[in-house]
Design a binder for this molecule. Sequence first.
Ligand SMILES: Nc1ncnc2c1ncn2[C@@H]1O[C@H](COP(=O)(O)OP(=O)(O)O)[C@@H](O)[C@H]1O
Ligand SMILES: NC(=O)OP(=O)(O)O
Length: 320
Amino acid sequence: MENKKKKRIVIALGGNALGNTLPEQMKAVKITAKAIVDLIQEGCEVIVAHGNGPQVGMINNAMAALSREDANQPNTPLSVCVAMSQAYIGYDLQNALREELYNRDIYDIPVATMITQVRVDADDPAFETPSKPIGHFMTKEQAQAAEEKYGYIMKEDAGRGYRRVVASPKPAEIVEIGAIRSLVNSGQLVIACGGGGIPVTRQGNHLRGASAVIDKDFASELLAENLDADFLIILTAVEKVAIHFGKPEEKWLDELDTEEARKYIKEGHFAPGSMLPKVQAAVKFAESKPGRTALITLLEKAKDGITGKTGTHIHLGQIN
Ligand SMILES: Nc1ncnc2c1ncn2[C@@H]1O[C@H](COP(=O)(O)OP(=O)(O)O)[C@@H](O)[C@H]1O
Ligand SMILES: NC(=O)OP(=O)(O)O
């Protein structure tokens, strides 16, 4: 039987929860673990999902360099790089969470990372138009060189520099959802859908890896729906969502109903590849069932967010 007394929360961790390099990640996960265990101590049941943009780019570059050096090593498919990023990030997060739980004398919550495959549609038009930024930021000159040397597609990322972009189809099904649900229902702290999940397409009984990186905000939303969560919390580098972001008339939002959110999306208030997928995922979750709320806030403010003190709360509004 599911334990529905506690508030069930799916947390989507963004880039600042993990850092960009190995040492940064080791440090960042300690702060992240504190924020997550705070929520557990508030009486919430937490499921953790996370991004992998910098990490999957780093792994992909390393594997590509290996195959250039060694003729016996074919290039590593992007789906395998996503799997590697899930294991690497899961390893650090899992250990940081375990340590933080033990530091607070909580010994009865086992932590588990689920290698998660997420089915995508082979006909998803996103395969034709790469849009998901991965890897590190580059200058315009470095980006041009990467395009010429490796055939990468490079794009300017929300005023922060240039990054490689890859296909990002929508998540259609979480393959391991049954196993995730069992672990969650038995009281384990589960890390799942890392990096948006390993993208696969179905060919009969065979799951074939797809060359893509799924957006973790959309995968987390699907996970939250599948687990019948009460909250989807997207933790990122800003405390609230703004309209007129970065402009003199900038306005930070405490509450946002789904109808307003749709209007602001149409008006272009949220940058594609950064805030737009978060707001879209929040709207989808809030509209999926009455009573479901999404929250977008800063990692360190997760506890204040869930108690209503800060963050942008997205809830069901009138649907046209
Ligand atoms: N309308 C907006 N309101 C708030 N932040 C925005 C907005 N549009 C773009 N952003 C930017 O989006 C960033 C979050 O996106 P991103 O860094 O890609 O997320 P993460 O790595 O945490 O998933 C914020 O730090 C902010 O710079
Ligand atoms: N897969 C994914 O969405 O990663 P980021 O959150 O790092 O962009």
